[in-house]
Design a protein around this ligand. Structure first.
Ligand SMILES: [Zn+2]
Length: 138
């Protein structure tokens, strides 16, 4: 019984494609040199720069989608000059290492959620991921 790999190789050879032959190709997106690939695969090759841009753009879109789902509309844009925010945010800002977990405790209506959402937005912009435990109100 033939393996799937040998069956594919035989099919490609019948089509005049020698997968053992490497050919230099240009990126199908930007036209810049993309390196060498096995003959037959040159029509789907992207250069590293285009791959990196695609991954970056995808991460940004995934993060935006996550943020929109995670952060209630009320907290997406915060008035950084609001007196309550100006009072609480300097305490939050001291923890500028986004890998550090923070716990916000305090009375309802004291801007904890806004401060946390703002910090999380900055962390996302900096390339971190985020999550929250507990209630998302107040
Ligand atoms: Zn490219």
């Amino acid at each position: 019984m033939k393996s799937i790999a040998s069956s594919i190789t035989e099919t490609l050879k019948r089509e005049g494609i020698d997968i053992d032959k490497q050919i230099e190709v240009d990126c199908v997106k930007c036209g810049e040199p993309a390196g060498s690939v096995a003959q037959g695969f040159q029509h789907s090759i992207h250069c590293q720069k285009c791959v990196d841009k695609y991954e970056h753009d995808r991460r940004i879109e995934d993060t935006k989608a996550w943020w929109t789902k995670f952060c209630p509309a009320l907290y997406r844009e915060t008035d950084l000059n609001h007196p309550d925010f100006k009072r609480i945010y300097p305490m939050v800002k001291r923890y500028d290492d986004y890998r550090q977990n923070l716990i916000f405790c305090g009375s309802s209506g004291t801007c904890k959620t806004r401060a946390m959402m703002h910090r999380m937005k900055l962390a996302l912009i900096a390339g971190r991921s985020g999550r929250s435990m507990g209630r998302r109100s107040g």
